[in-house]
Design a protein around this ligand. Structure first.
Ligand code: HEC
Length: 121
């Protein structure tokens, strides 16, 4: 609103000099610059860590993590455990959840990607 008033004012001033050509005004100077970058997606973070990973892999990992992995206990916090710890945990928990190697790897990749997204690295 203030900008409109301002530009009207400018216009009025310029009319006096017969130079008001509002259509030729550069748009950029009146458009606020957006500095916020969109949050990275889980997939974009995952792809950096695991080239070739797909959304379907992440979805399956997440499904097991929020399904099978919650059968004996609540959903465990991801960010509070580091990568080495998660690898150890998966070695211990995969047999408990009766996961095959592929499933185990998908859960681990989902967890480590989610972790990277949460902690930002
Ligand atoms: C058959 C039951 C069972 C299933 C299924 C199971 N867990 Fe566990 N989980 C446990 C028990 C019991 C403990 C506590 C004892 C221990 O740490 O070994 C535990 C502990 C944990 C811990 C804490 C370990 C630590 O040292 O901080 C994490 C994290 C965890 N589970 C993740 C998972 C994940 C991920 C899955 C799925 C792949 C899973 N669990 C599936 C029984 C299970």
């Amino acid at each position: 609103m203030r900008k409109i008033v301002l530009s009207l004012g400018m216009c009025a001033a310029l009319i006096a000099f017969n130079a008001c050509k509002s259509k030729e005004k550069p748009v950029a100077s009146t458009t606020p610059v957006t500095t916020t970058t969109p949050a990275p997606s889980l997939l974009s973070v995952a792809e950096k860590k695991f080239p070739g990973i797909t959304q379907a892999d992440l979805d399956e990992g997440q499904k097991i993590f929020t399904g099978e992995c919650r059968k004996c206990h609540g959903e465990k916090k991801i960010a509070t455990r580091d990568e080495t710890k998660w690898k150890e945990i998966m070695d211990r928990m995969a047999p408990k959840a009766k996961l095959d190697d592929k499933q185990k790897e998908k859960v681990l990749r989902y967890v480590l990607s989610q972790r990277a997204l949460e902690v930002g690295s």
